[in-house]
Design a protein around this ligand. Sequence first.
Ligand code: NAP
Ligand code: ZN
Ligand code: ZN
Length: 350
Amino acid sequence: MPTSVKAYSATSPTSGLAPTMISRRDLGPRDVAIDIHYAGICHSDIHTVRADWRTPEYPVVPGHEITGVVTAIGSEVEKFTPGARVGVGCFVDSCRECRSCTTGLEQYCSGKGMVSTYGGRGRDGLPTYGGYSGAIVVDERYVLRIPAALRLDVAAPLLCAGITMYSPLRHWGAGPGRNVAIVGLGGLGHLGVKLAAAMGADVTVLSQSLKKMEDGLRMGAHRYFSASDPATFSMLHDEFDLVINTVSANLKMGAYLGIVALDGTLVEIGAPPKPLEIAFGHLAMRRRSLSGSIIGGITETQQMLDFCATHAVMPEIEVIEPEYINDAYDRVLSSDVRYRFVIDAASLRN
Ligand code: NAP
Ligand code: ZN
Ligand code: ZN
């Protein structure tokens, strides 16, 4: 018998989030049942619910920054036992056979594609529901171990925001002697600063204003600039080996490509609603690269969690009750978040 679980769902782009009940599947042999303790609020949850990218299949139960505790395991589970502290990120399945899946890049699964933690369709053909709920059932292959040094509330944002920044920083070689700029100091951006600093890179923040400068410098940035001041872009022209753009809105790409050094790379992480506008010269005049990146694979996500535990890279969070989700969404949209909302799911557990 599938289990009935309390959750928060949206039923249309404008409905807001409201309490509901959902069901979770029976444990398969490789499944673990997880009591959800915390779920981070990612800006992608808001894009999805409000149909910024495309119209999702409603109801949507968002949440892909999940931490909790294993309560039961299927007969063939090897990695976890009841009581284990675990996390679930942005996907809960993939084809497991394609070149991406067999090389730890499940997020780029070229088979049937990854199965999103919410808003997707599981192998059983049923819609997937995310972490704004009391419990979830996930195949152990897609479940992460939370190191003892990380609290479950603090760890939650690492499951999306953390890995989304860690993966491109590693891929493009952030480290000593490398000049890295992080654009936008929100949920993703603040972890980008902490991770890049922990990797030993020289870190600069470009934010809409200087309001969060003190925070940015405390998090490990060496320099902090306002992107609203045109002088910033002339001063930083040709400066960075790597620019990671986390902004959720469309920016003037020419200005941001202009601060990339010869042979450097601008990586698009934020998912703005409209296509990017780029002129030939923005790329060609300094042989610059423009790329994008999404989250990270399971092995790399575990590496990132272990790295954060070792280097004390801790998300800065505001823990909220589920009733506050709609207010939290409004505050994220007005860049009024320091630096990630995390839902305490205690009242949603059976
Ligand atoms: P967030 O907490 O809202 O942070 C975004 C930051 O961008 C804001 O704090 C703000 O920073 C800046 N910003 C917002 N609106 C802006 C505007 N109109 N102009 C200039 N700057 C603006 O969001 P998040 O959760 O970090 O997510 C950021 C984006 O990444 C979203 O689009 C999300 O969907 C996407 N995302 C992508 C992936 C991936 O795998 N690629 C994963 C997760 C999320 P300042 O106040 O410092 O300027
Ligand atoms: Zn996310
Ligand atoms: Zn695959």
